[in-house]
Design a protein around this ligand. Sequence first.
Ligand code: ADP
Length: 604
Amino acid sequence: MNEIKKPRKPLAFYYLIVLGVLFVLNFLLVPYMTQRRIQQVDYGTFMTMTEEKSIGQVEVQENQILFTDRDGKQIYKTGKMEDLGLVERLHASGAEFTGEIVEEMSPFMSILLSWVLPMVLFIMLGQFLAKKLMDKAGGGQNSMMFGMGKSNAKVYVKSSEGIRFSDVAGEDEAKENLAEIVDYLHNPGKYKEIGASMPKGILLVGPPGTGKTMLAKAVAGEANVPFFSMSGSEFVEMFVGMGASKVRDLFKQAKEKAPCIVFIDEIDAIGKKRDGQISGNDEREQTLNQLLTEMDGFEGNTGVIILAATNRPDSLDPALTRPGRFDRRVPVELPDLKGREEILRVHAKKIKIADNVDFNKIARMASGASGAELANIVNEAALRAVRDGRNYATQSDMEESIEVVIAGYQKKNAILTTKEKMIVAYHEIGHALVAAKQTNSAPVQKITIIPRTSGALGYTMQVEEGNHYLMSKEEIENKIATLTGGRAAEEVIFGTITTGASNDIEQATRLARAMITRYGMSRDFDMVALETVNNQYLGGDSSLACSAQTQTQVDQQVVATVKKQHEKAMQILLENRGKLDELAQFLYERETITGEEFMDILNN
Ligand code: ADP
């Protein structure tokens, strides 16, 4: 896409022009125009002209002599010489001595040039500047103050390198949904004939980095229509009324350019629920009201389609999401295994990469990654290849870059004591062993005890074999057991515990709590929701919705659930004590071991 921008020059530029014009007028033009042309001649010519009595006026200055011919039309200039009888000779030749040869100009012209002309120029420049500023401010009634009421939407038009649907990997449902819009923009007649009207607004919702912006651009690219892009936060100004004016301007522009697409990113910045508090945000609410009015104001078939993106759909004002405004909601979810593989392939096309890279494996390793993270992983791999002096990226670059994106870079100079390193080795093997011994746990991909910049001293990477849409109660329990496996190993081997398990504890607690409060997996509470999730796409923080008494019970059950799994993990490790020692020793020596090496030792 090419962004079309009017070249906008800073105000200083215009000031400079004014200064330049004044300079030229004052110092060059006026003196030039007020002077008759002066011709330089040698002293000989002067003497000859004196003898021939062809000098009209003469002015003897300190170091030069100015003189005119008999008609006074031409002025001559010559240097001054030691010439004793000069004055007499001049007098004899009939020349008229004067002191103002240059100042010969009609008073009218002089006033015109030194007063009227600069003023006229000034007024013209002033008009020009005012027009520029008005243009910037949106013109007409819309301009409130200079430059403030205008939408400043970026306008894109399609170009040969515009984003197409094929650039957006995965997200097939979303693409299918949007393809209809493209079709409508291409031949609206088909839809009008049957009386169908297109949705006015389409809301793209999903977690950050899943390609919402990209999809909107792809719609414009495919439909080959102008694309106005603006972020919700750009509407909100310091002064009440500015945002509303910007909305008006945006829609005015869009209607002029129809058919076209208007894209409002992060619409939650203006579309938040109006909460009726006295100290509400007036500016935001006015902007929202204006948006609502504008969306009502045009018919469904004018060819203006509004796309908006947000990752907080639950916070939007109901008036905005009702049918007739944003009546279609297109979820853009985190990619599944197939989607991740496709995204990796799309981005891998942009870099030089070995032919034998197993994208499926990488996609399985990067479970839960968004499109933006996958793009980042591919780029990290390319950077790593350059760092190693190769001109293409390999499988190991990709694998390492996943770890970089998940856990940060390897720490170069973190020095663990032998004891600490041993503890970390046992801790990680504890996780892996508990995971492997529970049949339902995903197999281990890789275990490493190289410290990372994220603070992790080591980690066990598990790989999902396929897509999981459901998790059974047993699977969650096993996961909790796996999380407690690290600490359990420390207890079994060293009889003491360390701070290394804080992250495991957090995750285990969250899972156990969700089992009880959200998934209805506890017998006592049956299918009662005790918690509501607030920000589904942004981390999913939840708030309790139950009495204090129930909370106490929930806490007790969470503790009991984790405790049970912790004991199970201890049990597994005690039963496999020999393998635990063997594997930990192996990991201690190698620092990084693969899933296969792990399974080999376990099964021998
Ligand atoms: P969002 O608007 O959902 O936060 P973007 O559309 O801005 O996300 O995506 C950010 C970047 O992530 C894109 O520029 C692109 O490189 C990459 N990306 C995200 N999703 C996809 C996808 N489905 N296919 C290809 N690239 C993607």
